[in-house]
Design a protein around this ligand. Structure first.
Ligand SMILES: [Ca+2]
Length: 501
């Protein structure tokens, strides 16, 4: 594990970080006070023995979520030019699904899937219904409607109406903590018992920097500044099974890793943007390694189910230089984030639990990120709600030769713009599907239908649709059926309303 507390730090934000040594002392003091309080509490109360036995059998659960981490850029995925020792350790300590896919090409909808087990299009259909009910019978001007709809979206007012992972886990006595990126207003709004993101006022939304509040506010300090709120939560809730949503905004922009991480790449034969991006990848890895050390120190590691997934893809090969490119320095290469290519959706997915799951297993089974919350509920002994799209992969984790999905597919409502100055992208209708070695992209708005052979062409550089008309038709038919079933994604109507005038 790397330690850079004494190095000269590169980012302004990090310069105000409390050194780890002080943090540790502070944590020990708080922990000692807490233990003392608990001892007093235990002497006054007795917990039913049955509850204690039941709680002991439940695993703690950590959902470890990367932000803009391209699937190739890990040591365990074969990238010897990126240093990710702690993630390599995690991948080898459980079952690694190398062919995992997330539900969208950018963060918010992809994270909503992890929270609700639903596809983004279904999530937004239900959200729209809830909004319509909330305004039923009111005569609203178009302007008032737009303002109400925007507030409803930004404050994630539909969310409490869904079957949320932390709330479901609470049925079995789990306490839960939200840390990191969080677009859903506050941790309480997502059903967590504890968390970092506190929400915001209407006034905050008028101020400069409101977008940072919208992205997660206080939560954005996780890993980039400190893991301490997580350690405080674990100390406060000792003895109860916990669910931890650990979603640092890393390796996401800004590429401002402390100098020690950048030094690992300084003399490497690679572009400047690659050095900066990989330094952020190592920063994520190191924060995770520090949390693992803490769990081991507190004897919590062996009974913790750890699940890793990233939110959306990213393209940054060692020789690609994006430093002076306004679009790609914020979004990476064209095949990654906010695109409709394999790299935009693919993520390694890892399940590790020292007490229960076999080590060193690699599976090429297709798995969807919506399967993660379903699998977590299965391990926690909780029934999977009917509105979940995801399925439990527990049987595949126990027997990795099994296959539960023949294909994975989905739709997106935004992609990169053809206008190089429009870094926010265009609202579009787009679909994608992975089956076997094939990836088909259907950008309906731009009238593009392309097929790629991932075995020959993992970066999707050579469209072979003309050579495989039957396969293209079959895959296209699956997507047409999906489109017919789902109808127009409600997000397109919502953004059309926002953009009126
Ligand atoms: Ca992201």
């Amino acid at each position: 594990m790397f330690k850079y507390a004494n190095n000269k730090l590169r980012s302004e934000k990090i310069r105000i970080t409390i050194p780890y040594t002080f943090m540790d002392k502070y944590a020990i003091m708080k922990f000692a006070t807490l233990i003392f309080s608990l001892l007093i509490l235990i002497s006054c109360q007795s917990t039913p023995t049955q509850n204690q036995a039941q709680e002991k059998e439940l695993p703690n659960i950590i959902l470890l979520i990367g932000d803009d981490q391209g699937y190739p850029y890990f040591g365990f995925m074969g990238a010897d030019y990126v240093q990710t020792p702690n993630m390599d350790q995690l991948a080898s300590s459980g079952v690694l699904f190398t062919e995992g896919y997330v539900s969208d090409n950018h963060c918010r909808p992809s994270l909503q899937t992890l929270l609700t087990g639903m596809l983004p299009t279904d999530y937004h259909s239900k959200s729209e219904e809830i909004f319509q009910k909330s305004i039923a019978g009111q005569a609203l001007s178009r302007d008032s409607l737009r303002q109400l709809r925007r507030a409803f979206d930004v404050k994630a007012m539909a969310l409490p109406h869904f079957s949320l992972l932390p709330k479901l886990l609470a049925q079995q006595g789990y306490v839960s903590f939200q840390g990191g990126k969080w677009w859903e207003f506050s941790y309480q709004n997502g059903g967590f018992t504890h968390g970092m993101t506190k929400g915001f006022s209407d006034q905050d939304l008028q101020n400069t920097g409101w977008f940072l509040k919208h992205m997660g506010g206080e939560g954005m300090d996780l890993a980039r500044v400190t893991n301490q709120p997580v350690y405080d939560f674990l100390a406060e809730t000792t003895g109860q099974p916990f669910f931890l949503w650990y979603a640092p905004s890393l390796p996401h922009y800004p590429f401002d890793a402390p100098e020690g991480y950048y030094d690992l790449y300084r003399d490497a034969d690679m572009s400047e943007s690659a050095k900066q991006y990989y330094a952020n990848c190592t920063w994520f890895d190191d924060a995770w390694g520090e949390l693992v050390s803490h769990l081991k120190e507190k004897d919590l590691y062996d009974n913790t189910l750890i699940v890793y997934v990233n939110d959306n893809g990213w393209e940054q090969a060692p020789d690609q230089e994006f430093s002076d490119d306004p679009m790609r320095s914020h979004n990476g290469g064209d095949k990654g984030k906010s695109s409709i290519y394999d790299l935009s959706f693919r993520s390694p997915i890892i399940f590790a639990w020292a007490n229960e799951i076999d080590k060193g297993v690699r599976s090429s089974s297709l798995i969807h990120s919506a399967d993660i919350p379903a699998t977590i509920l299965d391990y926690a002994g909780i029934e999977i709600p009917d509105d979940f799209y995801g399925k439990s992969f527990r049987e595949v984790i126990e027997d990795p030769h099994k296959k539960l999905r023949q294909n994975v597919y989905g739709n997106v409502i935004s992609t990169r713009s053809k206008d190089p100055n429009n870094v926010m992208g265009d609202h579009v209708e787009g679909y994608w599907i992975r089956q076997g070695q094939w990836f088909l992209r259907w950008h309906l708005t731009y009238d593009e239908l392309e097929l790629f052979d991932l075995r020959e062409d993992p970066m999707n550089n050579h469209d072979i649709s003309e050579k495989q008309p039957k396969l293209v038709k079959d895959l296209h038919d699956i997507l047409k059926a999906y489109k017919a079933e789902k109808g127009v994604d409600k997000r397109l109507e919502m953004y059309a309303l926002f953009n009126e005038k």
